[in-house]
Design a protein around this ligand. Structure first.
Ligand SMILES: NC(=O)c1ccc[n+]([C@@H]2O[C@H](COP(=O)([O-])OP(=O)(O)OC[C@H]3O[C@@H](n4cnc5c(N)ncnc54)[C@H](OP(=O)(O)O)[C@@H]3O)[C@@H](O)[C@H]2O)c1
Length: 98
């Protein structure tokens, strides 16, 4: 991935930096210049962020405000599925719920 158009002293924040997409963005950004600073947030970072916990969002925002301003913020968090929720619907699910 080429990210050559960003300034040499880029300051970026990647939320969800522990995930597949987040890791790829962190690597790509750090590879553009030694002066690039990439802050990272996820549920096990310090500070941590958990979108299911409002207090952690507030604390993470406060902490990141002191490290900005950022040229770029990437939110690579998400949940494709869990034990109750699937991304695609099919006729089997429809018939189970009706
Ligand atoms: N990979 C693909 O090909 C693809 C394609 C289309 C769309 N997407 C979507 O793009 C998003 C990211 O994909 P991915 O493959 O990188 O997923 P992933 O590897 O599962 O990473 C998910 C990221 O979200 C973080 N996260 C999960 N729950 C969180 C919560 N409650 N609060 C804060 N952070 C949370 C995880 O961090 P911790 O678990 O460390 O906290 C992790 O950094 C997903 O929504 C996925 O559905 C992915």
């Amino acid at each position: 991935m080429s990210l050559d158009s960003f300034p040499e002293n880029l300051r970026a924040l990647v939320i969800g930096s522990s995930g597949g997409i987040g890791v790829a963005f962190v690597r790509a950004l750090q590879g553009t210049s030694a002066k690039v600073r990439v802050e990272q947030l996820h549920r096990h970072s310090s500070p941590l962020i958990d979108f299911a916990d409002k207090k952690s969002i507030h604390l993470a925002a406060q902490s990141m405000a002191g490290r900005g301003p950022f040229h770029l913020i990437i939110n690579a968090t998400g949940m494709l599925h869990n034990s109750h929720l699937m991304p695609e619907k099919n006729w089997l699910i429809y018939s189970m719920n009706s």
